[in-house]
Design a protein. Structure first.
Lengths: 398, 379, 398, 379
């Protein structure tokens, strides 16, 4: 057993650091630090995606034949860790991490040829049409319907929580093409051009004041049948594949550690009257740091298992749960650290392009929005209650 | 020993609840959230007419001579409606400081006007470097031939934008230098060299930062006769915390009611959320915490006028405990509302934010448990 | 509203203090402080009961005609508070508080005449036969059976968690006399002389090392039908009445406060290296103290409502839950306060009559056993899980 | 970077688990609980034969040169069986202190005998007034013409009753008075003026208090040459905490398995306990915490030999986190076993008690979070 990197791994680490030093601009860094929502705005995020793509690192998880870099799990770990440490933009995952793997796994040759390069290059910007107003954690109860009409589907219904729908030119969506005996049956996986007539997007402001998600309405939207991925009615399988991916793919500890570091720096600064001198704040910083240590070790154990081709078991729910709970602990600590200044609401966005002097120091601006938006982590992608149901069932057999 | 409401108290509660239910609805709140002032002068006038602004003011100054329990009754109702009028700043903090520190002429000049609604106040005390330590004041008041010269920076001044006059705390410096005493000054909001940076406050209302760069004041701007005002500040803040605690109870009760209702109606996997035992127990815990918070707010109100250490322990204990309950009830309300809870589409978010603001105001739970412990050892 | 006592109440408070000062011996006090189980041993507990009885205070909750003192709720509060503050013995409640009210409410004139005076005087010592090995929180699933044979019932079965069965000369028990459509039907409430042939008692040591509870076996035990209280088959109603009584009757905050005070005193002493100088210990003492303040206020609100004849609503489950949780917090704090010395196990009982020098200071002896035994508070009398079920159902309607 | 077990490590784990499963059953535990010694010399002999006593000892002294990861593998298995042999006292603490502080002759005299099972040690360091502060030692060693004279009181000495020799820490006083250095002394358990008060330890094993009233020792009883032993003590205790953390993981895993099984079998209201969502989620939380604890124990083991601050933070972080998990898993195991859980009828109580003892040993969670924070600021 060994926690340290070998020579090869250290060399790769240097390469990543070199790449970041060369490509990460101060503006990108500041914009990322001052973004209290999950993903960077497209101008920031896609600039980074293009740099990655140029380096051949545009899609770490993809097979080599589609442009993946063929990294080992340890390299993947090093890349994610160094990226988090440096504060690179948070590229919207809907393209590379979400729809990409589904197209690779289940798409036709034509779909692969057309879409995959455009994802890698950042030419296409994707959003995800899964949730609906009534569905919540019971995702497969979705009602948006696609009715076959010749070589097209005609889609009617509505999707909600659609991240960056207002920026995206494409959506991958689950729609109901027929009614099966189970509600998971009859769902199909469709790729939609967002410029198709009949699509309307309504912004939904998050509790932290950010415009990141939307509701999308479909009114007789005509989509070619050729845009369906895989078999008709099998969409649930593909969608679930993605959800597993979403839960398990996280190398989350590195980002959590940087988030905590920012809060600890604030706590040690005069701006907060040295909040860290209070035993409560100091101890809670340690508590959260230790929780991150534990999560990191679990991630590394999973990684080691993957490295030797073992199946790490059903830990994705644990990783998702702990990541979301720790994130909430970090952001909540932030609120307590900035004290009085947590009262100040800055409604303008983006925070890195304010045209006035904010009421509180810039380093504090994201603290409250991140705490508020962070409440969503235990809700989206399956609530914590659902995750515990899954752990009890899958790991404990009850 | 009797914790039942008197008939007058019951009437006050009913009228406050009725007012909030009838006049302070979701539409009004939405309007206030987007209003540059953040509260309604018309509502303030109604408060005056209903006698609520006169409530704690002594009868000799045109008030009703009510106590902290009555204030608490009102504040709990305000919490249910997320009332954003500057009641705490003017009536709870402002009136109390003037009543306790002011010379007779100063009281006569201000208190009747507070009671009739023609004077609004704010209390500028907190400073960034002081954190929650009430004794730490870097703002300085230098004695001059004409009066006083104030310089310093105040932050998180509740509803300072609405105030006609701002009570500013400063370390008194006389000809010999620092006196070691804190003084309170009545500063007109329009004073030159006073820069007010207003901002909307988390969960409703406003606050501001105030920059005082050589603000010149006449001799009699100092409240009272130069005694150290720290004990009065602690006393007034303890009162404010009791009042805010009652407001938090009202907010929590509304969140509990709303969330309970939602879990009964919202269906997932073919049955209401409330069919899940985990959800039922969560709601039971929320209900218990609302009940505990209510007990503590009442306790703090009943002890605002006892000996300082006992009063301060009751106030800090209440602030700490209610803050803890508020975070739990607030966060769980969001959680149980699911996706809709984390948007600005439902009001649950606004109620939650007001609770976060409550927990921060005058120091969070950890600060007040530590103060409670510290006071326990000196007791 | 007023938190302070009026002149009459203050006079009563003086009277109680005078009574305690005169009757509470140093030996009783020390024995009580050094008893880590719920109830004092009978020699200590009954000595106190006799003193109370002599004063006319033997049964605070009983109607005057049966020997109750006709106290107002406030007087009851003062009595309990002063008793806790002084550290009086914990009289086993099975007689005065448990079976007494049932006999008063549902017993025959003969039963009242015979049993009530013997409870008051301490001549009879009662134990409760409710739980059975299989029943747990599902009390009405009990299986001990009483079969009618002439003027007798013949009882077979077993009861468990029988507090002080090894001291008691009488037991009140729920037994099954017939099978109804619901499992609550066909249960009868029976008074049993513990000297009846066929009764055997097996000690059960608690996790803290105390012999307080037992299992009792019934092997063809013959009990006169005249010993049945109330109607045959209605025992569940009477038993439930008692359980409500058990949950709601508590004026618990005063005892919790004294328990916390003992721990805080230890924390401030050199014996623990002044544990209170650690921010964690100091803050936790305050947290628990504040929780007790909140519980006390809730108790006083209930009291005020009772005082004016109002129904305080279904708060008994809340009081039970909070009492048990706070008690666990106090005892756990104790373990953390004594530090290294929590390792030492003292197996001998009673602790106030050790015939050797203990390994740790006397004031620490009960700390670990009380923590361990205290785990039972969230289990007995309906687990905390059951209490939350009840609160959700009764208070919230879900 | 590789966290997979090596083949040797896998073999060690299998043999340890097999030994515990076959030789350390409930009957054996019950016997040990009522045994005045509290452990079995025959089992100790088996440990020697299996090479476990030689595990961390260097090869030049007849050992196997194993590391903290191997110790952790063994300790986790020991936890599953609630093993009560004095392994930590002798092999983890004793051997480490002698290896780190002893002169070559001292190592040669002790280490081979530890490895072959003929020497058992204990470490007497804690004192009541010091609480968990390792640097606070009131016991004094006065230099005399013949050697040393020790006086002081030690408490909570793990398995001191079993030791042939006891390593005692004391402040060194030479002819000039206090030297400011702590020394470690090898004291024969049979030394006159040494009073050992043995007691059974919570959850198995024993501990004792030791009174040293003028214990005279020869010159060479001092380990090493008089350098301050505090860094070595901290290093050894950090190792012990990593080892105990692994043991706690084994205990927790057994409690989780047992409790899970019980909730599947035990029926209430006509269905198994595990049919309740609240119970299922509780068990999920327990499983997660066991997993987190396992990660932290492994992390501490992998960092026992890095630079002092990083090592100490890893050890304190692990002790704090595992302690927190242990309390939760232990208390919930009792709760879910209901009435039977709070008696001595089931073994769950014994496992729980060992976790309570673990949390207390060398300082509880709060102490180690505070140490972690303190070290973070000096780092």
């Amino acid at each position: 057993m060994d926690l340290t990197f070998n020579a090869e791994e250290r060399a790769f680490q240097s390469e990543v650091r070199g790449f970041i030093a060369k490509n990460l601009t101060e503006e990108m860094k500041r914009a990322t630090a001052l973004t209290p929502s999950v993903f960077s705005d497209p101008d920031i995020g896609m600039a980074w995606q293009r740099a990655l793509h140029k380096q051949g690192w545009g899609a770490p998880g993809w097979p080599v034949e589609y442009g993946g870099p063929a990294w080992t799990p340890a390299q993947r770990w090093i890349f994610e860790t160094e990226s988090a440490r440096a504060g690179v933009p948070n590229v919207n995952v809907m393209g590379v991490k979400m729809v990409g793997p589904v197209i690779i796994g289940f798409g036709s040759p034509e779909q692969k040829n057309f879409y995959l390069p455009r994802i890698l290059s950042g030419e296409d910007y994707w959003c995800q049409g899964y949730s609906e107003p009534g569905s919540g954690s019971d995702l497969s109860s979705l009602k948006t319907r696609a009715v076959r009409d010749g070589d097209d589907y005609i889609i009617n219904g509505t999707k909600i929580w659609t991240t960056h729908a207002h920026h995206a030119n494409r959506m991958f969506a689950l729609v109901r093409t027929s009614d099966g005996p189970r509600q998971q049956d009859g769902i199909s996986f469709i790729l939609i051009d967002m410029k198709t007539p009949g699509i309307k997007t309504r912004p939904i402001l998050t509790i932290g004041g950010d415009h990141e998600v939307n509701q999308v309405f479909f009114d007789d939207v005509r989509v070619p049948v050729a845009n369906r991925v895989g078999e008709e009615g099998k969409g649930w399988t593909y969608g679930k594949y993605l959800l597993e991916f979403e839960r398990g793919s996280g190398i989350a500890s590195a980002k959590l550690r940087e988030g905590l570091k920012a809060i600890a720096d604030l706590a040690a600064s005069d701006l907060t009257g040295r909040a860290i001198d209070s035993a409560d704040i100091a101890t809670r910083i340690s508590e959260v740091e230790v929780d991150i240590d534990a999560l990191e070790m679990t991630e590394l154990r999973v990684l080691s298992a993957l490295q030797t081709g073992q199946n790490p078991g059903a830990v994705s729910s644990i990783l998702k749960l702990r990541n979301s709970e720790i994130r909430q602990a970090v952001t909540r600590l932030g609120v307590d650290v900035i004290g009085h200044d947590a009262l100040a609401v800055e409604p303008m966005r983006p925070l890195y392009r304010l045209n006035h002097e904010p009421a509180i120091p810039e380093d504090m601006l994201t603290v409250v929005p991140e705490y508020l938006n962070g409440r969503a982590y235990t809700i989206f992608g399956g609530t914590s209650e659902i995750q515990r149901d899954i752990i009890a069932k899958m790991m404990l057999g009850i | 020993m009797d914790l039942n409401l008197s008939d007058e108290q019951r009437l006050l509660r009913e009228s406050a609840e009725r007012f909030v239910a009838e006049s302070y609805d979701a539409d009004h709140r939405r309007k206030m959230a987007n209003d540059p002032l953040g509260y309604s002068p018309a509502v303030w006038k109604q408060f005056a007419e209903l006698g609520w602004l006169a409530l704690p003011v002594a009868e000799e100054f045109g008030g009703l001579g009510g106590g902290a329990v009555e204030i608490g009754i009102l504040m709990e109702a305000f919490g249910r409606g997320l009332v954003s009028e500057p009641y705490v700043a003017t009536v709870v903090l402002g009136a109390a400081l003037i009543d306790r520190c002011g010379r007779p002429a100063q009281k006569q000049a201000s208190l009747p006007k507070i009671a009739d609604g023609s004077l609004k106040l704010a209390f500028a005390h907190s400073e960034r470097a002081a954190r929650f330590d009430l004794a730490k004041v870097a703002t300085v008041a230098n004695k001059t031939a004409q009066g006083w010269r104030l310089a310093g920076n105040k932050i998180a001044v509740l509803d300072g934008h609405a105030a006609d006059e701002i009570i500013v705390s400063a370390h008194l410096h006389d000809h010999h230098g620092p006196s070691g005493r804190i003084g309170l000054f009545l500063v007109p909001a329009t004073a030159p060299s006073l820069i007010i940076s207003d901002y909307p406050r988390l969960g409703g209302g406003h606050a501001c930062n105030i920059e005082l760069s050589d603000v010149h004041l006449p001799e009699d701007a100092l409240l009272g006769d130069g005694h150290d005002a720290l004990p009065a500040i602690e006393w007034a803040v303890d009162r404010a915390m009791a009042a805010l605690g009652a407001e938090a109870v009202g907010i929590m009760q509304t969140l509990l009611d709303t969330t309970l209702e939602y879990t009964k109606i919202r269906k997932q996997f073919g049955r209401p959320l409330s069919a899940n035992q985990v959800i039922r127990h969560r709601l039971a815990d929320m209900a218990m915490q609302v009940d505990e918070a209510r007990s503590m707010a009442l306790r703090a109100a009943l002890k605002v006028d006892v000996a300082p250490v006992e009063r301060a322990r009751a106030a800090s204990g209440a602030k700490a405990k209610i803050g803890k309950c508020a975070r739990f009830v607030g966060e769980q309300s969001i959680q149980l509302h699911g996706g809709m809870g984390v948007t600005e589409e439902l009001e649950v978010g606004a109620y939650f934010k007001r609770l976060v603001a409550f927990d921060t105001l005058f120091g969070g739970s950890a600060h007040h448990y530590a103060r409670h412990a510290q006071l326990g050892r000196t007791a």
